[in-house]
Unconditional design. Structure first.
Length: 135
């Protein structure tokens, strides 16, 4: 079904390249198929033309996290945080990215915000525990 949907979005984009939501949904099709680089490119294109679309930045960031491209993910999650300051997922992913980049101060700051918004988030608690083990 996902492959069929991707075909439909590609066909629509072949007819009109400015269909930003078709590009976004093409990324949504590529992501579960493990085509993270293609999905990231789709989300990047949408984020560049529709910078207020939080979902495009969030999804691009998730693709880069999946690819281990931590520094590339950071600006996407920062833009998502700026536009959706009450969504703890954005702060968690920023904390994770900064942890992977070795920036403890930034990681802990964003982790605190994520836990403030969602105190029971297991992923955030696990990241907190990882920092505690490192001392």
């Amino acid at each position: 079904k996902v492959a069929n949907a991707a075909f439909c979005f590609k066909t629509a984009l072949a007819l009109r390249a400015d269909l930003h939501f078709a590009t976004y949904w093409l990324g949504r099709c590529d992501f579960p198929l493990g085509r993270l680089s293609r999905a990231a490119a789709a989300y990047e294109a949408v984020a560049a033309t529709c910078p207020d679309l939080v979902a495009a930045n969030y999804q691009a960031g998730r693709c880069y996290v999946g690819l281990g491209r931590w520094a590339a993910a950071v600006p996407h999650f920062e833009r998502a945080c700026a536009r959706e300051p009450r969504d703890p997922r954005n702060y968690y992913y920023l904390a994770l990215c900064y942890q992977k980049l070795g920036d403890k101060a930034h990681s802990l700051d964003f982790l605190a915000r994520a836990l403030e918004l969602e105190p029971e988030d297991e992923r955030a608690r696990d990241l907190q525990a990882a920092w505690a083990r490192e001392g």
